[in-house]
Design a protein around this ligand. Structure first.
Ligand code: SAM
Length: 457
């Protein structure tokens, strides 16, 4: 937070991790910024590794528990949280999150540093309010929800910090117990998974040795071939295997989707919604850099990340193309690609563990808007698949509106396509022939995928 030009009370220093966390939270609240790029910013490189981990824990923890924290803010301050000045609300979130969810932080540090944060902000007059609310919480933990909240969906929404509409939707579809398990899983930090980049890594054994030398231990994924999950230690950008492009951090479900494309050496692939390139570079590795991948994305800045990542991973068969694929593509070749992947923009409800801010921005009508865009991208893709070729559609959403409904409508519009039995492990195949993963069931992000085939000739 920026210091105020008006003079507030005398202040003492705030720890660099809490100051950085407050500043990132302010950007997510005021500018609708996403936390993960801010957490990866080079400006945080100056922090000691443990301080940087604390920034990450504070920011993502607050964003995951924001609904519950706001409820406690309402109770302890007697004011609606959203009416408070942003620096005051954020200082309360940070203090309450540490008091309620982080056992190893001393109470006095959680309280005093939040008070200092407010004193150093433009809203310094709120320091007394923050001090009183946090001290009240140290004396008696606030029940969230308390007995006044009777309605079950409302109670679950507060207790597990999700928007009420989302919880109601999940209860209706999955029942109370599963909705609870799902929301609970969204509040846990996700495991770190990666794949070994065969285009650069000397050997699997050498990579695992390098990781062990850095105190990082792993297990093989139970369902995504070639994927590993970290069981102990921390990967950092400075870890040799990452720095030298031997490995690429990517969720197991995202790796599984790339494998459903089943890209073969020498083929031509169209990848729509390609940036930042996780799946594109996995396809390139599967093809041993042969053939050609046209990687399309509407955002040039995200495509720039794809290009940079391709360089780090020694990917050489990708042609990036900035275009809005919902309106067609700016080249003629039709019906020529062996395989097309549409990894569509979506609500992201399968990735709430990673991007918890999404919970507080998404609305029910957004799902319908995404579905229209997803259908348009699929129509563009269909025209480019060769007869007998494959079309894979995926989203990181757990909502039917963006998954099964979109594919069923597509199949009605395109009689030359059929749903193929995907080669995914049985535990992820649905009765209707789609692929679904869920954080609370598989430990991976929540993905939907459908493998479609175009009739030959
Ligand atoms: N496939 C990527 C990966 O594995 O790293 C993730 C893709 S992300 C789920 C969806 C992408 O679709 C975003 O990068 C977004 O910029 C892109 N996108 C959104 N609307 C688009 C459009 N109309 N045309 C092309 N790309 C679009």
């Amino acid at each position: 937070m920026k210091p105020s030009r008006e003079r507030g009370p005398a202040t003492t220093a705030v720890s660099p991790s809490r100051a950085a966390a407050a500043s990132i939270l302010l950007r997510t609240l005021r500018d609708d910024a996403y936390a993960s790029p801010l957490l990866a910013a080079e400006s945080l490189d100056a922090l000691a590794p443990e301080d940087r981990r604390l920034v990450q824990e504070l920011v993502l923890g607050v964003l995951r528990w924001r609904g519950e924290l706001d409820y406690v803010v309402n109770v302890t301050t007697g004011r609606p949280a959203e009416k408070l000045d942003a620096p005051v609300r954020i200082a309360l979130w940070l203090g309450l999150y540490q008091l309620r969810h982080l056992e190893r932080i001393p109470q006095h540090a959680a309280v005093n540093e939040s008070v200092e944060l407010v004193k150093q902000s433009s809203a310094w007059r709120g320091a007394g309010l923050v001090n009183a609310a946090l001290r009240a919480e140290t004396r008696q933990r606030t029940l969230a929800p308390d007995d006044r909240v009777k309605q079950p969906a409302n109670r679950l929404a507060i207790e597990l910090s999700h928007p009420k509409w989302m919880i109601e939707k999940w209860i209706e579809r999955f029942g109370m117990d599963e909705a609870r398990a799902m929301a609970s899983a969204n509040n846990q930090p996700p495991p770190v998974a990666f794949r070994i980049n065969t285009l650069r890594a000397p050997s699997v054994a050498r990579v695992l040795e390098d990781l062990a030398e850095n105190g990082v231990y792993v297990r093989e994924s139970e369902f995504a071939r070639g994927a590993y999950v970290v069981t102990e230690g921390h990967l950092t950008p400075a870890t040799r295997s990452i720095r030298d492009g031997w490995i690429y951090v990517q969720d197991e479900a995202s790796q599984l989707v790339a494998s459903l494309v089943d890209a073969q050496a020498g083929e031509s692939i169209l990848d729509i919604g390609a940036a930042p390139g996780g799946k594109t570079t996995a396809l390139a590795a599967a093809m041993g850099n042969s053939g050609r991948i046209v990687a399309v994305d509407v955002h040039p800045s995200r495509l720039a990340t794809l290009v940079a990542t391709s360089g780090r991973l020694a990917v050489r068969n990708v042609t990036p193309l900035a275009a809005d694929a919902s309106a067609g593509l700016p080249f003629d070749a039709r019906g020529v690609f062996d395989r097309v992947l549409v990894d569509a923009p979506c609500s992201g409800t399968g990735t709430l563990r990673r991007n918890p801010e999404i919970k507080w921005r998404l609305t029910l009508p957004d799902l319908g808007r995404f579905a229209v865009l997803q259908g348009a991208l699929l129509d563009t893709a269909a025209a480019r698949v060769r007869p007998g070729g494959r079309l894979v559609y995926s989203t990181c959403s757990i909502e039917v509106e963006e998954g099964e409904d979109v594919v069923r409508a597509f199949l009605e519009r395109h009689g030359d396509f059929t749903l193929a039995g995907p080669s995914a492990p049985a535990v992820m195949r649905t009765d209707s022939g789609f692929v679904r993963t869920y954080p609370h069931v598989h430990g991976a992000d929540g993905f939907f995928a459908a493998v479609l085939e175009r009739a030959p000739g």
